[in-house]
Design a protein around this ligand. Structure first.
Ligand SMILES: [Zn+2]
Length: 379
């Protein structure tokens, strides 16, 4: 498998005492070199090697009572999502099925293993929509609150590494506008033209990596100014997108013996997000390269005390994202495990193949349109 390695010169910053010095990039004084591949090399074929939900063989164990709300407060019945008039599947409802958590890295002009062109990204949106998929967030998944019109299916979009191609500005006479060929520009246009396509993509960000992977660009890389970073992060949150932790500078966490180091990497991204969007609570974490820290629990929760300020930052995640593995389990599946959520890397025709397979094997999550009932397929 061809694999593009990107050598980052990584900044290990030394944050000062207060105010905006929480911002990871503002006071870098220590250089640390690292060799960081953009991501792991696991295939998308995880379904073949595990006990997937094969058609007709579901050992379903959820409570069968009518109206069982699967985790919701039973007194608070959810209002069904309105029919958006868009395409849907003819497959029967199956809310124990699987759905793709699609994974993007770079959006750029030349298609490659870790790069999607703007044109192909647009086609991906169109493909998913036309086949009856609608975006949901990881928060929705973790809350077991996938509320979609009947006959549609969830898809979670994830973007790793916060590169400029995902979200860039163009400056015109002092006015900033979103680059229509960046992922966010493409997404917003698509959402405006397609009812039911909500701003629920998930951005798993770095705040202090090199090569522009610091809140979508800095230091003039790809024309992006350092001072635009917080504005971008804030904009995403305001538009409804979900912010996700991918560490400070993409350290391969398995390489470090120190629990404190691991927690610092994670806590400092959270601190940087808090600087941009005060009070924002991150609930999801994407493992850099899919590598676990030696103490795996630290991916889920931990705390780090800044030795300079004495201030402790705690974090806790409902979802930990792997880098590959195929379609994810429904949160209603008894074997759902929020600490190991699989993803589908989008390159070449992998997305089409994944969708074809979900349909062919009838393992696809299909909504029944009623958020208060978990629709199970007939055996
Ligand atoms: Zn990454």
């Amino acid at each position: 498998m061809r694999r593009i390695r990107v050598v980052f010169v990584l900044l290990l910053t030394s944050c000062g005492a207060q105010g905006d010095t929480r911002d990871d990039l503002s006071s870098a004084d220590t250089l640390r070199a690292g060799n960081v591949a953009v991501d792991g090399e696991v295939s998308n074929d995880g379904l073949a090697t595990e006990s997937g939900l094969a058609p007709g063989s579901q050992g379903l164990t959820l409570p069968a009572s009518p109206g069982a709300s699967a985790g919701a407060d039973p007194s608070a019945r959810r209002v069904p999502a309105p029919d958006d008039g868009g395409p849907r599947t003819d497959l029967p409802p199956n809310e124990l099925g699987r759905f793709p958590v699609v994974e993007y890295h770079l959006i750029g002009e030349r298609e490659a293993r870790w790069t999607r062109t703007p044109e192909n990204f647009r086609k991906d949106l169109e493909l998913l929509y036309s086949r009856g998929y609608r975006p949901v967030s990881l928060r929705d998944v973790a809350a077991k609150n996938i509320n979609l019109p009947a006959g549609t299916s969830p898809v979670v979009f994830t973007f790793d590494d916060a590169s400029p191609g995902q979200f860039s500005y163009i400056e015109d006479d002092g006015e900033l506008r979103i680059d229509p060929n960046s992922a966010v520009g493409i997404w917003l246009k698509f959402a405006a033209e397609h009812e039911g396509w909500e701003n629920k993509a998930v951005f798993c960000m770095l705040s202090g990596a090199e090569a522009g992977r610091a809140f979508f660009g800095n230091k003039g890389i790809d024309g992006q100014k350092t001072e635009w970073r917080h504005r971008k992060v804030k904009f995403l949150a305001e538009q409804g997108f979900e912010l996700c932790n991918h560490t400070l500078w993409h350290a391969t966490l398995s390489n470090y013996d120190s629990d404190d180091f691991v927690q610092e990497q994670i806590a400092r991204l959270q601190l940087a997000v808090d600087s941009a969007v005060p009070g924002y609570r991150i609930r999801s974490f994407a493992l850099p390269l899919g590598e676990w820290p030696k103490n795996r629990e630290l991916a889920r929760r931990g705390a780090w005390t800044d030795p300079q300020t004495g201030k402790t930052t705690a974090y806790e995640h409902d979802i930990v994202l792997l880098v590959a593995g195929g379609p994810a389990r429904s949160p209603h599946d008894p074997e759902y495990d929020g600490m190991h959520v699989r993803r589908v890397q989008v390159f070449g025709d992998e997305l089409t193949k994944t969708l074809d397979r979900l349909d062919r094997e009838r393992t696809r999550y299909v909504s029944d349109g009623d958020p208060n009932v978990v629709a199970r397929p007939a055996n």
